[in-house]
Design a binder for this molecule. Structure first.
Ligand code: IVH
Length: 693
């Protein structure tokens, strides 16, 4: 920081000054503090020392304490101080905050430019674009009324966000009052949009502090920024070092003399709103591609995280002409950087047995940091995938996080092989119970068919006890494992035979905790049909499907008797689900399990409306039907399906009006055109992954 003497700062003797003088002094202090905030936080060019700044702030706080009648909402002292609220109020954006289509290659970016030319009827010549760093933070809208900060909200679903005014006010780079140059008209309303983010350095320091306080660390600066902004207590947000770059506007009244995106940015900047100085105006799409490549080189050295470049048509008239699709404008695209990769070694390939018996190979790796997260395990999906990628135990490999979420082994580095590497082969029997594994027709996954194979049993009983199912308070994976290992339970029905004395013989149980679990088990007996059905873990029966079945059959016996054809007559039930359900009820072991559960006094109320399992109604996955087309790059179809089902959604194989989302991978097939014609929402793989973040 440049420290210069500060000539204007001559503190008057406040004891001898009258009220007009005090008011004037307060106003001067405010202007002065905001000016230094701007120089420091926006321009990054401070002209006074921290001590001089603190002195100004202290003087203002002192005067405001003594003369509270002069406190105004835009005073810099008001950035912190609002009381915590219960929860955020909802704010509807006057113009929806759209999202952006992604591109991953120059070819896709050129296609974007060609589409624009075609739509705009431009036969020759170039189009001017802006190329802006795509900040990896969270989008906000800040409304200034007559130059004063009036409201700030998050993007939310694009239509409605949360009111985070108090929190936004704590960000020093956000002016509480616009500094409008004389030649500009003060807008009655200005909706400024930008990205709130946390600097990499601040993130590391903040995480270190969290770890010291025994709080969980945030995975990346974006999560830390989002978590901080969504703090109910703005005093906590104020302690978190957040920053902002503005990149656009919503409504502006009256609309200023600007005709391009570039001019919008300059307009925002002239009023004291911080814009990213790396933004450039480019004359051709090729220049935009070059900008992307150059920025990718610089990325590591930037003090904040970016995940690509946003390319926008510069001329506002052309933007208007091109318009928008349902969720994204046609005049802009996010040209993403390739996912960050890291290199590590595969120490072992282990097998994990899931709730459905799926035996999945998992790479166990030397821990490595990828995109801010420590990674040491990654699913390898199945043996075919391992053979296709030629991954061996002992290999040095590239790992990345697919869609920046799920860790994935990309490929081995063959040049680093020493000859010591071992080829993985799938065992013929279950690694736990040694039962011969089976493979269903058309599937790549091997499964252990034994329902009471230990890890399978533990996972299915844990699922049975989970919140959306029987909601047995306190019965998580650790205690289920203990119960199974002690031989106290071999299936779900055994849970209801557990006595307090049994628990007392186990490590970690005392009188009170044992009694609590016994009570929780007793309480769980009064449940609903849908919860029980979901808890049984029938394939394809997530929470949404369980509700649909319960609403149509009301009681378990009626469902047991329904064959696949009957089930398929219900809207929303396809062949796969119908067969899975009717086959499940044909298994004598399953029928016995139901009988024993009922004998233990499980009672089912049928109240379909009240039967919404916790925290799922607002879930965009819950109860929704997903269809996939094209090849997924970051996961297998099987994995995507498991993710959907785990959240109570359903994956279907055929297109119909009942499909809620079509998820497109690379080279999508004809389903895409059909979905568009049917008006079905289409999302790309990375958007799909975002639903699971
Ligand atoms: S423009 C209609 N510009 O990316 C245009 N967005 O995927 C919509 N983002 O929600 C946004 N940097 O959170 C725009 N320079 C930039 C951006 C940017 C980051 C984020 C923003 C938005 C998301 C869209």
């Amino acid at each position: 920081m440049r420290i210069t003497p500060y000539p204007e700062y001559i503190k008057p003797n406040m004891e001898t000054i009258n009220h007009t003088g005090i008011k004037k002094r307060i106003e001067w202090l405010r202007r002065e503090i905001e000016r230094h905030n701007y120089l420091y936080y926006v321009l990054d060019a401070p002209v006074i020392s921290d001590e001089a700044y603190d002195a100004l702030m202290h003087e203002l706080m002192d005067l405001e304490t003594r003369f509270p009648q002069y406190i105004t909402p835009d005073s810099p002292t008001q950035r912190v101080g609002a009381r915590p609220s219960e929860r955020f109020a909802q704010v509807t954006h006057s113009i929806p905050m759209l999202s952006l289509d992604d591109a991953f290659s120059p070819a896709e970016v050129r296609e974007f430019a060609n589409r624009i030319k075609k739509a705009a009827g431009i036969l020759a010549g170039d189009i001017t674009f802006t190329a802006e760093p795509k900040m990896d933070g969270l989008a906000v809208e800040i409304i200034y009324e007559n130059g004063m900060l009036a409201q700030a909200s998050t993007r939310g679903d694009g239509y409605t966000g949360e009111d985070v005014t108090a929190n936004i006010k704590t960000i020093k780079a956000v002016p509480l009052r616009l500094n409008i140059p004389g030649k500009l008209i003060i807008p009655k309303r200005l909706e400024a949009r930008g990205e709130v983010f946390m600097h990499k350095k601040a993130f590391l320091a903040y995480n270190a502090e969290r770890v010291r306080n025994n709080e969980p660390a945030f995975a990346n600066p974006r999560n830390a920024a989002a978590g901080s902004l969504r703090q109910l207590d703005p005093r906590i947000t104020a302690q978190r070092p957040l920053d902002i770059f503005f990149y656009g506007t919503g409504l502006i009244q009256p609309f200023p003399e600007v005709h391009t995106q570039w001019e919008i940015l300059q307009y925002l900047k002239s009023m004291g709103l911080k814009i990213n100085p790396l933004t450039q105006r480019v004359k051709t799409i090729e220049e935009a591609i070059e900008y992307h490549n150059a920025l990718a080189q610089k990325r590591k050295d930037l003090p904040y995280e970016i995940d690509g470049v946003v390319i926008k048509v510069d001329a506002l008239r052309l933007q208007e002409l091109l318009g928008a699709k349902a969720r994204s404008p046609r005049w802009a695209i996010a040209y993403k950087f390739a996912a960050e990769m890291a290199v590590t070694r595969i120490k072992d390939i282990q097998l994990s047995v899931g709730r459905t018996g799926a035996v999945t190979p998992v790479a166990v790796m030397e821990p490595v940091r990828v995109g801010g997260v420590l990674v040491n395990r990654a699913t390898l999906h199945n043996e075919e995938e391992i053979a296709r990628k030629d991954i061996r135990i002992g290999d040095w490999v590239y790992v990345r996080r697919a869609g920046d979420v799920i860790p994935e082994v990309v490929e081995p580095i063959r040049e680093r092989r020493t000859g010591e590497e071992r080829i993985f082969s799938m065992p013929e029997t279950c690694p736990i119970c040694h039962t011969r594994l089976i493979k269903r027709p058309g599937e790549a996954v091997w499964r252990c068919p034994k329902p009471d194979c230990q890890p399978r049993l533990i996972r299915s009983i844990t699922h049975f006890a989970s919140k959306g199912a029987m909601d047995i308070d306190g019965l998580g994976p650790r205690i289920v494992t203990q119960l199974v290992e002690a031989g106290l339970i071999r299936d779900m029905a055994d849970l209801y035979e557990i006595k307090k004395e049994d628990l007392l013989s186990l490590e970690g149980f005392a009188e009170k905790s044992a009694q609590n679990l016994v009570n929780a088990l007793k309480n769980s007996k009064k449940t609903t049909f849908a919860r029980l059905l979901y808890g049984l873990g029938i394939r394809h029966v997530g929470e949404g499907m369980a509700q649909l079945l319960a609403a149509n059959f009301h009681e378990i016996d009626a469902l047991r008797q329904a064959d696949a054809a009957v089930l398929m007559r219900i809207k929303g039930i396809g062949q796969e689900v119908a067969e899975a359900v009717s086959n499940w009820f044909k298994e004598p072991d399953n029928l016995l399990l139901i009988k024993r559960l009922m004998d233990h006094g499980i009672t089912l109320e049928s109240s379909p409306a009240a039967d919404r399992p916790t925290a799922s109604s607002a879930d965009p996955v819950h109860g929704k039907r997903f269809l996939f087309t094209g090849s997924l790059t970051g996961m297998t179809r099987e994995e995507a399906k498991r993710m959907v089902e785990a959240r109570g959604g359903l994956v279907v194989n055929q297109i119909s009006r009942q499909v809620d989302y079509l998820v497109t991978g690379e080279k999508p097939g004809s389903k895409l055109e059909k979905a568009k014609a049917m008006g079905i929402a289409v999302m790309k793989e990375n958007e799909f992954l975002k639903l699971f973040q």
